[in-house]
Ligand binder design. Structure first.
Ligand code: FRU
Length: 317
């Protein structure tokens, strides 16, 4: 009898305990539904220039609106091999998506293809890879920007003059496109490219190349640099030689705290905007997580900033 009573009490206690636990979970779920955290691996080719710092900042701001997202940032410090290794790490860690702004097209193509073929969504930002083994490419149209810069320069110089072209890293696609676009833009004019060099997107390198150009050429009318740090480096070289007033400087990027500021200060005659695409990359990844198939290519629009329009927000290309 005693054993029966004991068993009955024990059984009721177990049932009660189970019931309580269940109801606890149900209440908790009602109050705060459990959202699965999604991990995005972000590989930035370097953080040496303000433009790339801004890209990461734009990603952070956009991701902060989605509490379920966690972004892991890696800086490849301008080293393609390091960047390949970072993406390999993301693949083995099993991240839910990758955002990558590749340093160079060729070395990054195979590892991005591997990630994509393993089913990890990959958003390629700003610089392209070869082929089409990625989920989505986001960037502004560098050929269009280069061409618009060329046409603007032809007009500004009345079709005549000596030009120095300081190119971005020519193993990266924006350098190639800003070059070919520019050449298309000046076609048929009497502008002469008297000096061209690859300054690899770097201000100190641009300054060094400009020193050589200044040493070789007495008459330089304009410097077209593929980015604003390059144009600023050229300006500093010309200033150090006391020749900055003999020529004008044109750059690309148009960040408020960099190119647009130089335009306001009269250091650059024009800066062409190159938006970072950080926000659009996060929006695209969120769409993918939500089951949407993104466009293969998202093209961002650009402004041109000159002294006359910079305070009014520039002019659309
Ligand atoms: C920064 C940068 C920008 C340029 C972009 C091109 O590293 O050089 O100035 O617009 O990369 O990819």
């Amino acid at each position: 009898m005693k054993t029966k009573l004991f068993l009955l009490i024990a059984a009721s206690l177990i049932i009660l305990a189970c019931g309580k636990k269940e109801s606890k979970i149900t209440t908790a779920q009602k109050v705060k539904p459990t959202v699965k955290q999604k991990i995005i691996g972000m590989s930035q080719c370097n953080l040496g220039e303000p433009w790339r710092v801004q890209m990461n900042e734009d990603i952070k701001l956009a991701a902060a609106k989605h509490p379920e997202l966690k972004v892991i940032y890696k800086d490849a410090q301008n080293d393609s091999l390091k960047q390949v290794a970072q993406i390999e790490e993301f693949i083995s860690a099993g991240v839910d998506a990758i955002i990558v702004s590749p340093k160079e097209a060729a070395p990054l193509t195979p590892v991005i293809k591997t990630a994509f073929e393993k089913g990890i969504p990959v958003v390629v930002l700003d610089r392209r890879v070869n082929g089409d083994k990625y989920t989505c490419f986001i960037g502004a149209d560098n050929k269009k920007i280069g061409k618009a810069a060329g046409e603007w320069i032809v007009k500004k110089l009345g079709g005549n003059g000596n030009i120095v072209e300081l190119k971005g890293l020519m193993t990266s696609t924006p350098g190639q496109d800003r070059h070919s676009g520019f050449r298309a833009g000046i076609k048929g004019s009497n502008l002469k490219i008297i000096f061209e060099a690859d300054m690899k997107w770097l201000e100190p390198q641009a300054r060094k190349e400009m020193e050589s150009a200044l040493a070789r050429f007495k008459n330089i009318d304009l410097v077209y640099a593929h980015n604003d740090p390059g144009a600023h480096g050229a300006y500093l070289a010309a200033k150090a030689a006391g020749r900055e007033k003999e020529m004008i400087f044109v750059g690309i990027d148009g960040l408020p705290q960099e190119g647009r500021m130089y335009v306001k200060q009269g250091i650059l005659a024009a800066s062409f905007e190159y938006p970072t695409g950080g926000k659009e990359a996060v929006d695209t990844v969120v769409d993918i997580f939500g089951g949407k198939k993104p466009e293969k290519e998202i093209t961002l629009k650009s402004h041109v900033f000159t002294k006359d329009n910079v305070d009014k927000g520039g002019k659309w290309l």
